[in-house]
Design a protein around this ligand. Structure first.
Ligand code: ADP
Ligand code: MG
Length: 432
């Protein structure tokens, strides 16, 4: 059998050495400090962060590292070992929405947003080298890993210069503020309209736990997840299908959801069926109410897309998350807990495929084949249209499941998939 491609995370010390070397190669001197932040995989709760739903991501062992030194001339120079292009420089006062049209937007947007939000007095110059083992554009949030490591770097540089300034990264409340800045940077400088899950988990994760994030106010709760103790593992399948959120598909769905929320007079669609984890409504009722609103003809329904199906996904996904939370609240997990979790994952995928329509052939094949090969459950994870799927598998069957997916991809002429094993790791931190 052909070898599988496993993307294991680099050991921390080796990764620090790598990013330091990248910095030295590029700028010709030693960096002052090194920071890192993790990518993430979302266990369940997809496309509901921007609908005020509850999501359940975990931080991956895979991280983005940045090495940084301050500069006194107000210039930011940025280089990445993942990006073939030249090192790019930009003056701090030239950073503005629409003014940065390369990947460095994810870097320089962060201190800009921190200053806009009053978290930094000024954007100081810096030399920055980036090195990551989070796969780029694979739905595992390399973008947030980059932003969040940069946020920690500028937070630390500012406190280094001013001993009266409190380090925001020192408290969860401060990290919540940094997450807001990272979201603002991604929305306004990088021009990607993301909902906030990715930055929240990268900055606020806790080792050994999934984080439930209530995206109405970004309140979080830790849910311990020890899959190894249960003889299970979480297999991430990077389909390596091109993922294209930028062709307007994501925007269409967001516009549909926003229009429905407006029509209902609710800020968040999720509140039609739940208040936090309290279930107060029913998907069918909400859909019927929507039909009445739509047939009255007073609201404008954007696009050709059937918004009713969008609503069904958002509300049913929120209920699946609540069921997942209650599963874990019920006490020590049993075999029944895991098979139920598997069912919820698979039902989430069906909803994303049939109602929200954000899967693609690679994601559907990965999920179907993983289930046939014995996975307890599987679903796409992240934005969709490519990217990754996640499968809950018995640890001893992980390789067999991966092989089955690999063979199925080969026989269909898809790109070769890559595989990761996900365990819940630590949030963004300084490296010493
Ligand atoms: P995802 O966050 O799922 O990986 P996105 O499309 O949101 O996918 O973000 C990927 C983009 O983020 C890349 O195309 C690139 O512009 C930027 N990026 C992320 N990490 C790096 C890195 N290490 N070096 C250069 N650019 C990066
Ligand atoms: Mg992203």
């Amino acid at each position: 059998m052909t070898e599988l491609v496993w993307k294991t995370a680099q050991e921390t010390g080796a990764h620090v050495a790598r990013v330091r070397q990248a910095f030295i190669d590029e700028f010709g001197y030693e960096p002052a400090r090194v920071f890192s932040a993790p990518g993430r995989v979302n266990l369940i709760g997809e496309h509901i962060d921007y609908n005020g739903g509850i999501v359940m991501p975990l931080a991956l062992p895979h991280r983005t590292f940045v090495a940084i030194s301050p500069r006194t001339d107000g210039v930011l120079r940025v280089t990445s070992t993942q990006d073939g292009s030249e090192t790019t420089g930009i003056a701090a006062d030239a950073i503005a929405p629409g003014a940065v049209d390369s990947w460095i937007a994810y870097v320089v947007g962060v201190p800009w947003a921190m200053r806009e939000l009053g978290l930094l007095d000024e954007v100081t110059g810096a030399d920055i080298a980036v090195d990551s083992d989070v796969p780029l554009g694979a739905g595992l949030s390399s973008s947030a890993a980059l932003e969040c490591s940069v946020a920690l770097a500028f937070d630390a540089l500012a406190s280094g210069n001013d001993s009266s300034r409190q380090l925001l990264a020192a408290t969860d409340e401060g990290r919540k503020k940094l997450a807001t800045a990272c979201i603002k940077a991604e929305n306004e400088i990088a021009g990607a309209n993301t909902g906030g899950m990715d930055q929240s988990i990268s900055l606020r994760a806790s080792q050994g736990s999934v984080l439930t994030i209530d995206c109405r106010d970004f309140a979080t709760t830790k849910v311990p997840l020890d899959l190894a103790a249960a003889g299970l593992s979480l297999l991430v399948i990077d389909t390596r299908a091109p993922h294209q959120l930028n062709d307007g598909q994501y925007a269409k769905r967001r516009a549909g959801c926003d229009a429905m929320a407006d029509a209902f007079g609710e800020k968040f669609l999720s509140s039609l069926v739940t208040d936090g984890t309290e279930v107060k409504g029913d998907v069918d009722d909400a859909v019927a109410r929507w039909r009445e609103i739509a047939s009255a003809g007073e609201v404008e329904v954007p696009g050709e897309y059937t918004v009713e199906a969008l609503l069904r996904h958002v509300l049913s996904e929120q209920l699946r998350v609540v069921e997942t939370i209650k599963l874990f609240e019920a006490g020590e997990p049993t075999a029944g807990t895991w098979s139920k979790l598997g069912e919820l994952l698979t039902a989430s995928h069906a909803s994303l495929r049939d109602d929200y329509q954000v899967t693609c052939p690679e994601l559907d094949v990965a999920v179907d084949v993983a289930l046939e090969a014995g996975a307890l459950g599987a679903r796409m994870t992240g934005g969709g249209f490519g990217g990754s799927a996640v499968a809950l598998v018995r640890a001893g069957e992980q390789d067999a499941v991966a092989h089955a997916v690999r063979e199925a991809f080969a026989s269909r002429g898809f790109n070769e998939p890559h595989f990761l094993s996900a365990t819940p790791e630590e949030s963004a931190r300084e490296e010493f």
